[in-house]
Design a protein around this ligand. Structure first.
Ligand code: DAH
Length: 341
C-alpha cells in the first residue's frame, strides 16, 4: 500500500506540471483527493491492516495529502493572479467585515436593565472579590451558619483593608444590597447584574463562574404586593404578556418572609411539558422582604423603612430560553456555540 501511495503521489505531481489553469486544477483535485477520489480508493484497504501498519500508512497518506493540497493552493493563487480575463462586477455590494456580537447572557441582561431603568432603578455592579462580611455575615448568614454550606466559594489568601484575611470570590450578587444601602441610604431602587463564583465540581448544571441578577427596593411602607408587581413585570418581559407568577414560601437567610418565584412555562403555557417537567411552572427566582438584620447592616432603620429583594441566575434564563443543555458552554469561548445567537 505504501508503494501504491507513493506511486499515486508521483502521478499527481506529474499531472500538476501539465496544468495551467484553475478549472483543470479543480478537476484534478476531485479526481485524486475528492471523496470518491483515488487516494480514498487506496485507503479503503486500511481496514485489512494491523494496528501498527494502519497507523503508519494513515500518517503517510496524510502527509501526501497535505503536500498535494499545499501545491494545489500555491498553483491556485498563481493561476488566479495570472488570469487577465478576470471579470470584476463593480455593481456587487462591497465585502463585509465579519463583526462580533453580544453574548447571549449580555443580551438578556441588557433587556432586563432596560426594563428596570425605565422603572427608575439604578444599575450597579460591584466587587467580584468580596469580603466574607458582605458576602455572608451582613446578609444574616453568620460564621458557622449552615446556609454557608450551600455556597462554598474560593477563599483568597490576601488581607482586606482592615488587615484581615477574609476575602472571598462573591457567591451571589446579594452583598451589593448592603453596599448600596450604605452608600445611597433609603429610599433606594437598585438592580445589580454581575458575575459570581462557587467552588463546584462542574457538570452540565454546575459551573464555578456564572451570572446573577439582583434587585432591591427600599422605601416607607413597602410590602409584598410591590414585590409581586415587579416580579410580574419581569415575567411578562421575559416570557410574554400572558405569563403568570406563582410564589411559594422558601427560606433565604436575608429575607423574611422568603419566597421562590415561578413563571408559567413559556413552552406549554402552563399545560405541562418536558421543559417544565410537566408542572406547568418554571422556577426562576428567589425573593422576599429584606430581613431587619440586613437593613441594619446597611445602616437603615428597620422601624422606618421596609424593602423587598430578589435574585436569579441569568445562565438559567438563557438555558431555558434556547434549550441549552450544558451550562459550561457559556464560558467555553466556543464559537460554534456563540455564533448561534
Ligand atoms: N442570593 C440568592 C442565591 O444566590 C438568590 C436570592 C434569593 C437573592 C432571595 C435575593 C433574595 O435577593 O431575596 O441563591
Amino acid at each position: 500500500m505504501q508503494d501504491e501511495l507513493n506511486k499515486i503521489k508521483q502521478e499527481i505531481f506529474e499531472e500538476l506540471k501539465k496544468i495551467s489553469e484553475s478549472e483543470a486544477l479543480k478537476e484534478l483535485e476531485i479526481k485524486y483527493l475528492g471523496r470518491k477520489g483515488e487516494l480514498n480508493r487506496i485507503l479503503r484497504g486500511l481496514a485489512e491492516l494491523s494496528g501498527e501498519e494502519k497507523k503508519k500508512i494513515g500518517m503517510l497518506a496524510n502527509e501526501i495529502k497535505n503536500e498535494i493540497t499545499d501545491k494545489i493552493n500555491e498553483l491556485r493563487i498563481l493561476f488566479g493572479a495570472g488570469v487577465k480575463t478576470e471579470f470584476i462586477d463593480v455593481t456587487l455590494p462591497g465585502g463585509k467585515r465579519p463583526r462580533g456580537h453580544l453574548h447571549p447572557i449580555t443580551i438578556i441582561q441588557n433587556e432586563l436593565e432596560d426594563l428596570f431603568s425605565s422603572l427608575g432603578f439604578m444599575v450597579l455592579s460591584g466587587p467580584e472579590l468580596e469580603s466574607d462580611w458582605y458576602n455572608f455575615t451582613a446578609l444574616n448568614i453568620p460564621p458557622h451558619h449552615p446556609a454557608r454550606d450551600m455556597q462554598d466559594t474560593f477563599y483568597v489568601d490576601k488581607k482586606n483593608e482592615n488587615g484581615e484575611k477574609d476575602l472571598v470570590m462573591r457567591t451571589q450578587t446579594s452583598p451589593m444590597q448592603v453596599r448600596a444601602m450604605q452608600k445611597y441610604g433609603a429610599p433606594l431602587k437598585v438592580i445589580i447584574p454581575g458575575r459570581v463564583f462557587r467552588s463546584e465540581a462542574t457538570d452540565v448544571r454546575h459551573e464555578h463562574t456564572f451570572y446573577q441578577f439582583e434587585g432591591l427596593m427600599i422605601d416607607h411602607n413597602i410590602n409584598f404586593r410591590h414585590l409581586k408587581g415587579i416580579l410580574e413585570l419581569v415575567g411578562k418581559k421575559l416570557y410574554g404578556p400572558d405569563t403568570k407568577l406563582r410564589m411559594r414560601p422558601k427560606f433565604y437567610p436575608f429575607v423574611e418572609p422568603g419566597a421562590n418565584g415561578e413563571y408559567t412555562c413559556f413552552l406549554c403555557h402552563g399545560a405541562g411539558c418536558r421543559l417544565c417537567k410537566h408542572t406547568g411552572w418554571l422556577e426562576i427566582l428567589g425573593s422576599g422582604m429584606v430581613h431587619p438584620n440586613v437593613l441594619k447592616a446597611g445602616g437603615i432603620d428597620p422601624d422606618k423603612y421596609q424593602g423587598f429583594a430578589f435574585g436569579f441566575g441569568l445562565n438559567r434564563l438563557v438555558m431555558l430560553k434556547y434549550n441549552i443543555d450544558d451550562i459550561r458552554l457559556f464560558n467555553s469561548g466556543d464559537l460554534r456555540f456563540l455564533e448561534q445567537f
